[in-house]
Write a protein of this length. Structure first.
Length: 364
């Protein structure tokens, strides 16, 4: 059987629970909304894993990083739990389901590419933080060595006002010629910091091969969300959180007296960041820069589909320049884009699945 065929077989023959038992997941429960929940084989969180009951068998594992892709399904979970390669995972499924495994068919289905999911990989491999208790927190002394004044360019050119810089502890390093952007720990207090990002003020940074953003105090962005500590109360009050790429977008919106923004520091969202956003129990709006594809935006929304109200802003009107964020635009333009955001509903979900499967088929 091909990948698509075996997934269809599992769904149509109601074998999801059977397979979860075979890979030693426990506390398996079916929910009427169309999904299963269960615990990892060595975990105690009874709802750590969600498997959607359809032909795609999408899987979300909230307590483990199974892969760095934007796509995971039941086959991924089998390989993760049983420590098997992709091909061996397929052999395992054929064996437990009593279906003959024909290697010729598989070799025809899986081309010379080592990983048929490479098309979905949009991020480099990163070290995964598995124990949040190991995160090193710093107090406000971490920023005392820097000048606690906003850089004139951010006020004059970007419209990030002094009251915002004060609240977010934005500073400047004359030695490094970088604007100082401290990241507060999202669930700590205002004096808990996890690290510092420095943004260069040298206009010729590309020509001189200088990184635009550089960590002055290293930390894994993937386990935190920028601006959530500062904007939490407003987000809860408005029942809305807008997820940007860069810290500057959150700062710009705050300077316009809009405290609903946060930043993930990337155009890829980690599993830990997904959990943090879900915990807010508000509508989530994905708002990436112009150069991020619609498919990728939908792949981010998919992580929240069926769990929280999720929508996205996408510039179908041609209002943004290349690599520009909606937060870069004047207030009226941003509010227009926000007002006409796209609800990620069943129709959007089907569009994403269709495109995802289309891309997957190109690799088989």
């Amino acid at each position: 059987m091909t990948i698509i065929e075996i997934k269809k077989f599992i769904f149509e023959n109601s074998k999801i629970e059977f397979i979860l038992e075979k890979i030693q997941c426990h506390h398996i429960q079916y929910h009427n909304k169309g999904y299963y929940t269960c615990a990892n084989k060595d975990g105690d969180n009874k709802t750590a894993i969600i498997i959607y009951n359809d032909e795609n068998l999408k899987c979300v594992n909230y307590t483990r990083t199974m892969c760095i892709d934007n796509y995971a399904d039941l086959i991924t979970l089998v390989g993760f739990n049983m420590k098997l390669s992709f091909i061996d995972s397929l052999k395992f499924l054929h064996n437990v389901l009593g279906i003959p495994f024909i290697s010729q068919t598989i070799h025809k289905t899986i081309t010379v590419k080592n990983d048929p999911l490479n098309v979905f990989k949009k991020v480099k491999k990163k070290k995964c933080v598995t124990n949040l208790d190991d995160i090193e927190l710093y107090d406000s002394d971490i920023i005392k060595e820097y000048i606690s004044l906003p850089h004139i360019d951010w006020i004059r050119t970007d419209g990030i006002l002094p009251f915002t810089c004060t609240k977010f502890k934005i500073g400047y390093s004359a030695e490094k010629k970088r604007i100082i952007i401290p990241w507060r720990w999202w669930c700590g207090d205002e004096n808990d910091f996890v690290g510092i990002i420095g943004r260069t003020t040298i206009s010729e940074w590309k020509m001189l091969d200088i990184p635009k953003y550089f960590p002055l105090k290293k930390f894994p962005k993937s386990i935190n969300i920028y601006g959530l500590q500062e904007n939490y109360e407003t987000i809860q009050k408005e029942n809305l959180v807008v997820v940007f790429e860069s810290e500057k977008s959150t700062l710009k919106r705050h300077s316009r007296k809009d405290g609903t923004g946060v930043s993930i520091g990337s155009h890829d969202i980690s599993d830990e960041q997904v959990k943090i956003l879900i915990s807010l129990n508000t509508e989530i709006v994905i708002c990436m820069d112009k150069d991020v594809s619609l498919y990728h935006v939908r792949s981010m929304c998919e992580k929240f589909y069926g769990i929280r109200t999720i929508s996205y802003i996408f510039d179908k009107y041609g209002l943004l320049e290349e690599k520009e964020s909606p937060a870069d635009k004047p207030e009226k333009v941003y509010r227009y884009l926000l007002k006409y955001r796209v609800a990620y509903d069943e129709t959007e979900h089907k569009k994403y699945i269709k495109e995802r499967d289309k891309r997957l088929e190109k690799t088989i």
